[in-house]
Design a protein around this ligand. Structure first.
Ligand code: GLN
Ligand code: ZN
Length: 762
């Protein structure tokens, strides 16, 4: 029989009720009681909705007040010592302090969940950490659904291996010992579920798709053996996602009742493993058949064929059809979208629509005489229509075909270009600059809203933006910044802004997804050929440049970041879409150059996060990524200086690719604990201009002149002073104006002090 399982449902609610409730609570606008009440109703309504749609195995415990990894850590007592001893379920105050920090306690670190844009709170292992079951969240969730709705659900629990792998604070060789020590607590939690009569649990072990699992596989097999013999009546679905599993042959011999595999990302690898090693008939196969990371309808015909071939091949008793991963990564429902393009609307499937597709698939598969042909064919037709939208557009395709290798290369190498640029720019040594954005004040945000509503006309809105630009050019002049920026006041977001001005993008009303905590993002949809129609940033940049004799940087978002932070078409490869965007940006860059802009920054903060999970695929990714960047930036004059910017990732493992971008200058986040990158640079000096961020822009604290001076001096130990730049870690749009003025003034003072030392040396 075929059953439908869901792996996780979006937490945020159809109208981001979750975000609003959280933020009202943080702002003390609602009481704790009210908060709990609203969260409960949201939690239950999602379960009810899934149940009513016909989902057989509805997940619980996927819901959280902030992050599911943090939930697990607090549940087993892994709370850093600085939060005091925790012996009972942490209060909301402590729970949120762990995630967001409090007045005097630093928050836990936050980082990206595998290769997604969801961020989890990194569990911290204290030396000699004791683990104990402080509360049992999956049990509470299960009981609540049963009592309130009469529905028997499937608790979703983070796997013990993945949890420990995600944590920090221990040495690699301690890992297995730590897992063994945590095992008792883990088993106790499962036993309580077993006694409650829970039938199935879903244990998420996405770490099983990473190569690191190779060295641990036998050990984990033993762990799972202990788990299953401790809870004989509890059925475990061992769930993997985001890629093909490693060590498949070993994995299928684990003592669990089911194994869930991703047949979207990692389809080839997982299919190949099944062909080679079969699949045990006594286990349930969880077939992740719908893409849980994108927003398109499923090609149901293709899915039916795939599932049927799996059924023929392995003859399992039961098979679960499910999304490839939790639906956390897609918006809730498309029903309220009013998209300009009906073809696009018809091709979409968000979380709710995906669950409906699963219901249809189940009906077709369980009833051979069913007549669902119309529905199944309709899905296909929608996807074909979407694809056809582009067939008439040959211009961009022809332009891309006409590109040759020379278009990816600047005519002369850096060491010949840089002196030419210096001659033109006349900058002091150790030039100061910022990353692009200045604070978006309330007035600017309000003005934008009024303009969108039509209360302000175009000229009125543009004049307000101009006024702000002028104010900040004056401020930069008075602080004495060497390379200025216009401030990005016209942008809400670094991808949306470009999407709105290029052809090929669509914007939704409510297609939000959680990024971290209460922060949600609404990625644009790239659904047609991306095309440049008219200059995007030239007006603002040239206006700012007209106000000062110092250079003003043109400021663009790079092709890979635009791609990675959008939902994209699936009929083209990522590489092809990145090249379309790159071609459009190439035209924008030419327009900026023609307008007399001599430095152009192309931000690529998302290059690192798009890195494939399998190391063997890194080269291929990094190759097309760097080519797309170079396609965008290589057509400029030798004298035009190309900058790029990256932040909040670990860069050491992609330095070769960063070098291959051939950007004249990179500004890179460095102030927050990135000693590692400095260490790297001490071994392999960076061959172009580089600015290692001298202060953390996420904190309202204004660093002193001495502190930044020290940072600069320590960076100069590993960087060539002739090519070193001085800048903050990232854009300043989230700070307030006074903080920025104070911090930048100190930054410039510190630069001037360091220059005194270096003038005589170089
Ligand atoms: N230029 C952008 C800004 O300053 C860069 C933002 C980013 O790196 N995320 O806001
Ligand atoms: Zn940044």
């Amino acid at each position: 029989m075929v059953y439908i399982s869901n792996l996780g449902y979006p937490r945020i609610g159809e109208n981001r009720e979750w975000k609003k409730t959280l933020e009202s609570f943080w702002q003390k606008k609602i009481s704790e009681q009210q908060f709990e009440k609203e969260m409960k109703s949201l939690r239950l309504s999602s379960i009810k909705k899934q149940h009513e749609k016909g989902i057989d195995l509805v997940p619980v415990n996927d819901f959280t007040y902030y992050d599911h990894v943090l939930d697990f850590a607090t549940m087993v007592g892994w709370v850093p010592n600085r939060f005091g001893e925790i012996n009972e379920k942490p209060s909301l105050e402590t729970y949120f302090a762990l995630a967001r920090g409090s007045k005097n306690i630093v928050a836990c670190e936050m980082t990206k969940w595998f290769n997604t844009n969801y961020h989890y709170i990194v569990p911290e292992y204290n030396k000699d950490q004791q683990s104990k079951l402080i509360y049992n969240k999956p049990l509470e969730a299960y009981k609540e659904a049963k009592a309130e709705l009469g529905i028997k659900t499937k608790p979703v629990i983070l796997g013990i291996y993945t949890f420990v792998q995600l944590a920090k604070g221990y040495k690699k060789e301690e890992k297995q010992g730590i897992i063994s020590k945590l095992l008792n607590v883990y088993i106790q939690m499962l036993k309580e579920l077993e006694s409650e009569g829970v039938e199935w649990v879903q244990i998420d072990e996405p770490f099983f798709v990473l190569e690191e699992v190779r060295e641990d596989i036998n050990f984990i097999k033993g762990i799972y053996k202990e788990i299953s013999s401790a809870v004989p009546s509890l059925s475990i679905m061992l769930q993997t996602y985001f890629e093909a599993v490693e060590q498949y042959k070993e994995l299928i011999s684990f003592s669990v009742s089911g194994i869930g595999l991703d047949f979207v990302h990692g389809k080839e690898g997982n299919l190949q493993s099944i062909i080679e090693h079969g699949f045990p008939t006594d286990k349930v196969l969880g077939v992740g058949i719908l893409n849980g990371r994108n927003i398109w309808r499923n090609d149901l015909n293709e899915s039916i064929n795939l599932i049927k071939s799996l059924q023929n091949q392995i003859k399992p008793n039961d098979l679960w059809i499910q999304p490839s991963c939790s639906l956390l990564h897609v918006p809730v429902t498309k029903i309220e979208e009013e998209l300009v393009d009906a073809t696009l609307f018809e091709a979409l499937a968000f979380a709710d629509e995906k669950l409906e597709e699963l219901v249809l698939l189940k009906n077709v598969l369980n009833d051979p005489n069913s007549s669902y042909e119309n529905e199944v064919n309709y899905a296909k037709k929608c996807l074909i229509n979407l694809k056809q939208l582009n067939e008439e557009n040959k211009t961009v395709q022809n332009e891309l075909k006409a590109i040759n290798e020379g278009d990816f290369k600047r005519p002369v190498p850096f060491h010949l270009r840089y002196p030419l640029q210096n001659k033109l720019l006349k900058l002091p040594i150790l030039p100061t600059t910022t990353i692009g954005s200045f604070p978006q004040t309330k007035e600017i945000k309000q003005a934008r809203q009024q303009w969108r509503k039509g209360v302000l006309n175009d000229t009125e809105y543009e004049n307000l933006i101009k006024l702000k630009m002028k104010e900040w050019i004056d401020i930069q002049e008075s602080i004495d910044i060497d390379v200025m920026v216009h401030g990005e006041y016209e942008r809400t977001d670094m991808v949306e802004y470009f999407g709105e001005k290029l052809k090929g993008f669509a914007f939704t009303k409510k297609a939000w997804v959680q990024s971290y905590g209460s922060r949600c993002v609404k990625p644009p949809i790239i659904y047609r050929t991306v095309e440049f129609t008219k200059p995007i940033t030239v007006n603002e940049t040239s206006y700012a440049q007209s106000l000062t004799s110092k250079p003003v940087k043109g400021m663009l978002t790079g092709p890979v970041t635009i791609l990675n932070w959008s939902f994209i078409r699936e009929d083209l490869s990522k590489e092809e879409i990145a090249n379309e965007i790159a071609l459009a940006l190439r035209k924008e860059i030419r327009a900026l150059e023609e307008a007399g802009i001599s430095i152009i920054q192309v931000d690529e903060p998302a290059i690192r996060e798009g890195l494939p999970l399998k190391k063997e695929e890194w080269n291929q990714y990094l190759n097309w990524v760097t080519r797309a960047f170079r396609l965008a930036t290589s057509s400029v004059q030798n004298e035009t200086q190309i900058h790029t910017h990256m932040c909040y990732s670990n860069f050491s493992d992609i330095v070769d690719a960063i070098i291959a971008l051939d950007a004249d200058v990179i500004s890179i986040e460095h102030a927050r604990s990135h000693q590692e990158f400095s260490n790297y640079l001490s071994e392999s000096p960076y061959p172009f201009g580089i600015g290692l961020g001298v202060y953390d822009i996420h904190s309202p604290r204004v660093p002193s002149v001495e502190e930044m001076e020290e940072n600069i001096l320590s960076s100069l130990k590993v960087c060539d002073p002739k090519r070193f730049w001085i800048n903050p870690d990232c854009g300043l749009k989230t700070r307030n104006e006074t903080e920025v003025i104070d911090a930048l003034s100190n930054m410039v003072k510190s630069a001037k002090k360091v220059r005194e030392i270096y003038y005589s040396i170089i």
